[in-house]
Design a protein around this ligand. Sequence first.
Ligand code: 8LH
Length: 474
Amino acid sequence: MEQWVWPPRYDETHRPPDGQTHWFPRRETMPAERRDELIAARIREVMAYAWDNAPFYRRKWDEAGIHPSSVRTLADFEKVPVVRKEELRADQAANEPFGSYLCVSPDEVKHINGTSGTTGRPTAFGIGERDWRSVANAHARVMWAMGIRPSDTVLIASPLSLYWGSWGAYTGAERLGARVFPFGAGTPGQTARTVRWMRQMGVTVFYGTPSYALHLAEVAADEGVDPASLGLRAMFFSGEPGASIPSTRSRIVEAFGAEVYDSGSMAEVAPWMNLAAAADEPGVLCWQDLVYTEVCDPAGHRRLPYGAEGTPVYTTLERTSQPMIRLLSGDLTRWEAPTAERGRTYPFLPRGIYGRIDDMFTIRGENIQPSAIDDVVMAVPGYGGEHRVVISRETAMDTLAVQVEYDPGQPESSLPGWAERISNRLRTVLGVGATVVPVRQHTFDRTEFKARRVIDNRELLRRMADEPLPGREP
Ligand code: 8LH
C-alpha cells in the first residue's frame, strides 16, 4: 500500500481512517537521512529512464560529461547541470508539440496543460495517464495533511484552463474522496456568482490565489455577505506569495475565519504541491519523496546549507511523461533542516517562496522584494485593499513610490499622517525611503489570479529611448 517504486504505482483504494494525520506515515516520518539514501537511489532510476527515453537529457548530460551511472550520491547529483525554462521552450519549438524530453509516446499523452505564454512561446505539458494518477495521489496525500477530508466540499476558484494549479487541486480533491466544485475564476461577474454558489453548495474548503481570496472577500462584503459567514473551514493557496506573508495571511484569516495553508512550486514539476504546509501556519515543507527540492546558490546551482537563502531547484521523482531533472525555478526562499517537530521529517521553508529573483529590484543599493512591500502596506490599519509599486528614474537615481488605497472610513485630513507612517515603516523594513501616495479605494483593478503590482517606469523609459522616433532613422 505505502509502496514507493519506479515507475510509480499507487493503490487507488487506499485512504487512511479520518482520524489519522498521515496518508503515508512511513514515507512522511522516516529519518531524513534514510529518506535521502532512498532519494539518491530513485534519482539514479529517474536519470537512467530519462537517458534512455529523452534525447533532450542525453544531449545535455553528454555535453556536460555526465552519465546517470556516475551519479551515485546526492553530492554527485549537485553537479548535474540545471534545466532552464528557456531550454524547455526552445526544445519544444524544435520538437513540436511536447519537446524531446517527452519520455512516453505522444499517443500516451492523455491531458494537456500549459503555461500562459505571457513571456514568450507557451510551453505545453503533455501528461500521461500514469502521471495524472501520480499527481492525484500525491495531492490527495498533501491535502490530507491539511486536514481536508472526504466530507469536505472543495471549491476550485482559479482558472480552469491551461493552468495546472486548478487541475492539480481538482484531481487531488477527487482522489481524496472529497466533493469537488470546479467553479473556476476569471470570467466577468463570476466572483459575485462564486459568493452565491458557495453559500448554496455549503463549500468548506477554498483553493485559489491569495489575491483572489482577498478580492472575493471584498465582493462578498459588497454583496452584503460577511465572508466569515460563508462557512469555510480551510483555505489552501498556491501561485504567488501571500499565504506565508504575515500581513496577507492575517487579512485572509480575519476576513474568512478559516485555516490557511500555503502550497505550490511550478507547473512543470507537478505534483506542484511538493511544497506545502501540513499545519495551519506560515511556511511550507518540502515533500522530498515526491519532488526532490534543493535550495541552491543562484549562480553556481550548488546546494546551500540549511539556514541559507537561495533558489529552489526541483527534480521530479514520480513523473514519467516529462520528467524534470534539476529544473531551475528562479524563485527565492530560505530553508531549514528537517526536524521531527512538525510531524514530518521534511526540510522547511519558514517564509515559503517569497519572490522571484527577476522581480527583485535595487533602490540605492538595497535589494527589494515586492512581497516585502505587500507585507508592510497590508498590515496598516486603514488599508483599502490594493496598492501599486512604481519604480522611476529621476536623474541618475532610482526612486520608489507606493500608491496605497485607503479605506473610505478614514477622514481625508488624516491621510498625510497615514502616508507618512507607512513611509516610515517602509524605510525601517526596506532600508530605503518611499513616497507613499494615498489613493481612493478601487482605484486599481483586482485580480482573479496572480497579482502584478510593480510598475517599472525605468523599463518604459529604456524602451522609449530605444524606439526610433517618427521620421528619425533607427
Ligand atoms: C509561488 C507559489 C507559492 C507558485 N508562493 N510563489 O500554483 C502552483 C503552480 C501550478 C504554479 O503557480 O505554477 P506556474 O503557473 O508555473 O507558476 C510558478 C511560479 O509561481 C513559481 O515559480 C513562483 O514564482 C510562483 N508560485 N506557488 C509563492 N506558494
